[in-house]
Write a protein that binds this ligand. Structure first.
Ligand code: CU
Length: 314
């Protein structure tokens, strides 16, 4: 309450101001030593998008590194802010300005070198992570520079308002509403659209590639374990954009082969009517096919372009 009790001797002494910088530094070092390993080891393995594929695992690793590097930075801001709130509060009745501070070369140099080191190392890390994991699960356009080793299973992803279909050129060009891939084999997604701009997002696989009409956009991934994953459209594409999702499956190699052969056989009559497999399609000719399918009484009410579902399939 009384203005003079504690600060008076300090003010009188002039130099006995506590070493604020050292206090903040000690608090920051202790907090960082505790929190940074927690972020890396405890939070990191739970960061999205998980580890279902190599591209997903790569993205999780990126997120873990970024979160770990951000931890001391955020703690520095918070601790400085908290310290300032507690110890540098304006005293009651004190309406004077603080002293002008300028020309602290040590602080300026430290600030410039530390922030430069952080930003440049992140730029190097980001570039390396784009190149080395061979595609990182993102669409690389029609002529990818970085490709995975080994034989790839090719799956064409076709977006249209408002559904995804998938063509398998290595299985006779069949087109199905089911996305099934084998575990352990590199998959090459060739992503395109028949109408507006969509975005193919297989979340748990860490694959995300724009689906543009007239464009073949290539993305790679290799699934690391079997199971289901979600496929969404991630580009606002019209009235039913929010309903444009489906579920995909990663199967064992033998189960995938069995599924693919069976589907190829059951879809054979429809496959014959489809346009030949191509990297992009002319939507005007597809509309004619759709009408022809309707006349023949095959295909669904949603435009007739979708192959009928095999009810024995899950
Ligand atoms: Cu869409």
């Amino acid at each position: 309450m009384t203005a003079g009790s504690a600060p008076a001797p300090a003010a009188a002494a002039g130099r006995s101001e506590p070493r604020h910088g050292l206090r903040i530094l000690v608090a920051w070092v202790i907090a960082s030593a505790i929190c940074t390993p927690i972020v890396y080891y405890v939070w990191g393995p739970h960061l999205p998008p998980g580890t279902m594929s190599d591209s997903a695992a790569g993205q999780q690793w990126d997120n873990t590194v970024l979160a770990t590097m951000a931890t001391p930075v955020i703690l520095g801001v918070w601790i400085y802010f908290g310290y300032a709130l507690i110890f540098w509060r304006q005293k009651d009745g004190d309406t004077s300005d603080g002293p002008p501070i300028h020309g602290n070369t040590r602080i300026a140099l430290t600030w410039i070198s530390v922030t430069s080191a952080i930003v440049l190392s992140l730029a190097a890390f980001g570039t390396y992570e784009l190149v080395v994991p061979a595609g990182a699960g993102a669409g690389e356009g029609p002529a990818p520079i970085w490709k995975p080793d080994g034989t790839t299973l090719q799956v064409q992803v076709i977006g249209q308002q408002w559904a995804w279909t998938f063509r398998y050129p290595q299985f006779g060009g069949m087109e199905t509403a089911q996305l099934v891939i084998p575990v352990g084999q590199p998959v090459q997604f060739n992503v395109t659209s028949l109408d507006v701009i969509h975005d193919f997002w297989a979340y748990q696989l860490g694959v995300k590639a724009d689906a543009n009409p007239g464009v073949n956009n290539v993305a790679y991934t290799t699934a690391k374990r079997t199971g289901g994953f979600v496929v969404r459209c991630d580009e606002l594409c019209g009235l039913w954009h929010g309903a444009m999702f489906t579920y995909g499956k990663v199967m064992s190699t033998s189960a995938f082969q069995a599924w693919a052969q069976q589907t190829r056989t059951s879809l054979a009559p429809v496959t014959k009517m489809l346009p030949a497999y191509a990297l992009t399609y002319d939507p005007t000719s597809i509309a004619q096919i759709s009408q022809a399918e309707l006349k023949l009484g095959i295909g669904g009410a949603g435009g007739g372009y979708y192959p009928p579902q095999d009810p024995s399939q899950p």
